[in-house]
Design a binder for this molecule. Structure first.
Ligand code: ATP
Ligand code: MG
Length: 584
């Protein structure tokens, strides 16, 4: 206990974190994106407006990488008195579901952000995008191509070879208009034709080699139903959606850098408002995969118990695990934004969480692997209500009463029949202090006659040593947590480790895939844990520090009959150690 709080306060001292982080005159961290925005404000580029958006595709749950983008987009809008839209990029009917839409809205709100009345869907723009496409066809800038997807790929060329023009590239405007209208009307089967922009098949940028704008797909869409059987590609929809909403700064991840000339080309041809696209490096986190496709595989193939499994890097998983929105926002601020790809140590995320919970979480006592302990010289019927502080970091959180009795539980790991050197916990003939209570001495053990396993300890207590009492001057090295046996609540506690064994789960042997790196011990369930009785009313989402064990939160599976807790994070702060070592 003492050890953990000193680690935490060390961490607090270094709260300012990353010393290389640039700051504005006001002390607020800045970065290259904010610098661009400040310059645009100075030159009045968008009439002093700052309008961003967060544009998720509703094909999965949001993860911690999305949190970075959310904090950036909503954070910048708030900082500069601007607006941020939530827009669902729902151009692909096949993979999108309303369950994802619901979860995304819940997660953005939970993180503490508000899109006000600016909730949009790219599918709301389908008609407008169609009209824009007609405009391009009429200007001779788009054509219907009958090549198959395979042939289009072949004709496209490579980075070193120019592409070849499709034999359908020079159709007349009339023929293109007629065919495109008939594509919309449903006259042609899936995949038989596409609409392509007519740009430059020899461009050094492959995105400009006549990119596909529409494909035929006879599929129901979660919002437009069967109204459409042609669907815009992401590349055709995204820039125009930003423009329609009057976005000033379209912030996206690096892989879209090469698409920027295409988005600019479309907007130029259509004579539309140009948002400024700015690319930043996506967040990668050690021991974690972040692609929605991979996370979906883990869910669908049963490697985890759903998108909100507490081992998942999803926002809903982190929430269920016990993460606070503040800790995630703080993490996103500390990692900052950069132009270069890197992997952030998951220990930093956990450190941000500990820092927050250290301030907020009430301390309680819980025994995860119980060993019965009898105080032979403590009266049989006596019960004392001992005073216990709720949070030594915050006296305003007050105190509570904890019952003390002759029969107790301590942690099995806190006793050793043959202790090693420097063992300050319990052993035959040794003394320890019981937190908030007395010094006790181990007098004898009871063993299971068959297995030889220690099943009960008999101890004596020293009545002169009551914590906070007038004569509590005697000191011993070890302090243990405990729970009174007759008053203990039963609970299930779920312990988690990293979901993957390797810092980079994508690094694998030939012929295997990332799932081969899953950690088989990522979940351990303990079913006969003992909790102090003050936890009787604990509700899902409530967070506590179990003394000496870590931070825990009540799982939604919990009920009055059966309490269920998740271990949010242990007390062992590896990041604080890394920071300390770096400073030395
Ligand atoms: P994934 O790679 O997980 O499938 P995505 O980029 O396809 O993610 P979108 O729904 O398109 O998912 O993402 C919405 C927004 O979140 C985009 O602007 C995207 O750039 C951003 N984003 C996604 N992943 C990350 C990440 N790891 N770090 C930062 N931003 C991200
Ligand atoms: Mg995407």
């Amino acid at each position: 206990m003492r050890k953990s709080s000193s680690t935490e306060s060390n961490a607090n001292k270094k709260k300012k974190g990353n010393p290389s982080m640039k700051r504005t005159a006001s002390g607020r961290p800045t970065d290259f994106i904010r610098e661009i925005i400040e310059e645009d404000l100075r030159t009045n580029k968008y009439g002093g407006r700052v309008h961003t958006r967060f544009p998720p595709e509703p094909n999965g749950y949001l993860h911690i990488g999305h949190a970075k983008s959310i904090c950036l987009n909503f954070g910048i809008a708030a900082q500069y008195g601007g607006l941020c839209n939530l827009r669902f990029d729902d151009t692909n009917p096949a993979k999108e579901e309303t369950e994802y839409v619901r979860s995304i809205m819940e997660d953005v709100r939970w993180l503490g952000f508000d899109w006000g009345d600016r909730l949009y869907y790219a599918s709301d723009y389908f008609e407008k995008l169609y009209q824009y496409a007609i405009k391009l066809i009429k200007a001779g800038k788009a054509y219907v191509d009958d090549l198959s997807a395979e042939q289009i790929r072949e004709y496209r060329g490579t980075l070193t070879e120019p592409g070849r023009e499709s034999p359908y590239r020079n159709r007349s405007v009339e023929e293109n208009l007629d065919l495109f209208q008939r594509m919309r009307a449903g006259e042609f089967p899936d995949g038989s034709r596409v609409l392509r922009a007519k740009i430059d098949m020899s461009s050094g940028n492959l995105n400009l080699r006549d990119p596909v704008m529409y494909r035929i797909l006879h599929a129901s869409h979660h919002r437009t139903g069967d109204k459409w059987c042609i669907y815009p590609t992401y590349d055709w929809a995204h820039g125009q959606s930003d423009s329609i909403e009057g976005i000033t700064h379209s912030i996206c991840t690096l892989e879209f850098e090469d698409h920027r000339p295409l988005y600019d080309w479309f907007l130029d041809q259509l004579g539309l408002h140009h948002p400024q696209q700015i690319e930043f490096a996506r967040l990668n986190l050690s021991y974690t995969v972040m692609s929605k496709r991979k996370l979906l595989q883990l869910v669908e193939e049963g490697y985890v118990n759903g998108w909100d499994d507490p081992r998942m890097p999803t926002i809903s998983g982190l929430r269920r695990r016990g993460y606070t929105p503040e800790s995630i926002r703080n993490f996103c601020e500390r990692i900052g934004v950069a132009k270069k790809e890197s992997t952030v140590d998951i220990a930093l995320l956990e450190h941000c969480l500990r820092e927050d919970l250290n301030k907020k979480a009430p301390r309680v006592m819980a025994v995860l692997r119980p060993l019965r302990l009898i105080l032979d010289n403590y009266p049989e019927d006596k019960v004392e209500e001992l005073e216990a502080t709720n949070n030594p970091e915050d006296p305003s959180m007050g105190t509570r009463k904890v019952p003390f009795s002759r029969a107790l539980y301590i942690e099995r790991d806190d006793f050793k029949e043959e202790p090693p050197d420097k063992w300050f916990r319990l052993a035959p003939g040794r003394e320890v202090r019981l937190k908030h209570a007395y010094i006790i001495k181990c007098e004898r053990m009871v063993k299971d006659p068959q297995s030889g396993e220690v099943i009960e300890l008999h101890c004596s207590y020293d009545p002169e040593t009551k914590s906070g009492g007038p004569k509590a001057t005697r000191k011993v090295k070890g302090t243990l947590h405990w729970v009174s046996a007759p008053f203990a609540l039963e609970a299930e506690v779920r312990l988690y480790e990293h979901l993957f064994l390797k810092p980079n789960p994508e690094e694998m042997e030939e012929g295997s895939d990332f799932k081969a790196n899953l950690n088989p011990k990522s979940l351990e369930i303990l079913t006969s844990c003992k909790l102090e009785p003050s936890l009787a009313g604990a509700k899902p989402g409530d967070r506590y520090q179990f003394l000496r064990l870590g931070y825990f939160c009540v799982d939604p599976d919990s009920s009055a009959k059966k309490l269920v807790f998740n271990r949010t994070v242990s007390l062992h702060d590896t990041w604080a150690k890394i920071e300390k070592a770096q400073k030395q």
